[in-house]
Design a protein around this ligand. Structure first.
Ligand code: IPM
Ligand code: MN
Length: 374
């Protein structure tokens, strides 16, 4: 029997996190009405906000709410008062890292596509980026992020250890191959196997696993070259799989292809929990101004719906987002001449889900606050 009741943990976090997450919650409520699902939202504190209020970037209560949920909707994390203070022992990011680790979210999936109406927005040439469609699989709970760390008392010496074991690598490599089966049948492992032992382990294990997927082409690329290839010839990539830090870096780089980092969603998947978050950060300069792009959070919500096996609702949501973007119903990062606020973009997408083709695309009416529905 299919389910229609879901517990969603909502962790808005810092900076623009609460604003963009609000739009996703608004949209989930509408999806609930239209498709007859009940979403129960439980809010939790995380990051700088949680440090200010409790001294802990991930209070136990928040962790419990997440463990007990069908999915976690996460906003953003980070605050300038910590970024500018290297001595701070307790940091907002620790909250997110601990949450990923505690929930066992080993695979971070970051899809990247171009929108026709935004091609001109990218600093890269149209012919290079048009039609790009990449799925990045980033390992999320091992490697240098989670190895032993040390800073000497005098502050002149520090290290971070990068460590991987077979168990960390096998599941995400399988996920990448399985995804490639549904797509263009190519997996590229990004590593630094000419220098790093951990990278050589990734190569060895992925070659072994490749035997089980004879129809998939497995390619290897050093991360420095990949950084260049991504913007020289992004269409050569189908599924990318890589370790934690390389994945962090190349996914920000890849966001330039899509026109704005404000568009890119992600899903972090574990064996019993899953978390959905935009790939962008907390953008503190924009906090509370209503200018943040909610699309990355909203598309993360679509990934959440897929994960909950509500594929029809997920498709509808993605279509609604495409309508907003292709009709230039976007925030200032995507159109500096004519733009809409965070909540106006959310409303437009919510209305499309509710009324679909009944929406009358009269942007002037929308701008002056008249109803958009005829
Ligand atoms: C991301 C972020 C995080 C990371 C930070 C906030 C810890 O940059 O999700 O990509 O580095 O993983
Ligand atoms: Mn990042």
């Amino acid at each position: 029997m299919s389910r229609n009741y879901f517990k969603i943990a909502v962790l808005p976090g810092d900076g623009i996190g609460p604003e963009v997450t609000n739009e996703s919650v608004k949209i989930l409520k509408v999806i609930g009405e239209v498709f007859n699902y009940t979403f129960k939202f439980e809010y939790g504190m995380i990051g700088a906000e949680a440090i200010f209020q409790t001294g802990n970037p991930l209070p136990e209560e928040t962790l419990e709410i997440c463990r007990d949920s069908d999915a976690v909707l996460f906003g953003a994390i980070g605050d300038p008062s910590f970024d500018n203070n290297p001595d701070a022992k307790v940091r907002p990011e620790q909250g997110l890292l601990k949450l990923r680790k505690e929930l066992g979210l080993f695979a971070n999936i970051r899809p990247l596509k171009t929108y026709t109406s935004l091609i001109e927005k990218s600093p890269l040439k149209k012919e290079i980026i048009e039609g790009t469609d990449i799925q990045i699989f980033r390992e999320l709970i091992s490697g240098i992020y989670f190895g032993e760390k040390f800073t000497e008392e005098n502050g002149d010496y520090a290290y971070d250890v990068c460590r991987y074991s077979r168990e960390d690598i096998v599941p995400i490599i399988h996920m990448a191959f399985k995804e490639a089966q549904k797509r263009r049948k190519k997996v590229t492992l990004i590593d630094k196997a000419n220098v790093l032992d951990t990278s050589r382990l990734w190569r060895k294990i992925s070659k072994e696993i490749a035997q089980e997927y004879p129809e998939i082409e497995l390619d290897f690329m050093f991360v420095d070259n990949a950084a260049m290839q991504l913007i020289l010839h992004p269409k050569q990539f189908d599924v990318i799989v890589t370790e934690n830090m390389f994945g962090d870096i190349i996914s920000d780089e890849a966001s330039v292809i899509g026109g704005s980092i404000g568009l890119l969603p992600s899903a972090s998947i574990g064996t019993s929990n899953a978390l959905f978050e935009p790939i962008h950060g907390s953008y503190p300069q924009a906090k509370g101004k209503g200018i943040a792009n909610p699309v990355a959070s909203i598309l993360s919500t679509a990934m959440m719906l897929d994960h909950l096996k509500l594929e029809q609702a997920a498709d509808k949501l993605r279509t609604a987002v495409e309508h907003a973007v292709e009709n230039k119903y976007v925030t200032v990062d995507l159109n500096a001449k004519q733009f809409y606020s965070t909540s106006e973009v959310g409303d437009f997408i919510a209305d499309y889900i509710k009324y679909s083709e009944k929406i009358y695309y009269n942007f002037e009416n929308i701008k002056i606050g008249k109803s958009t529905i005829v």
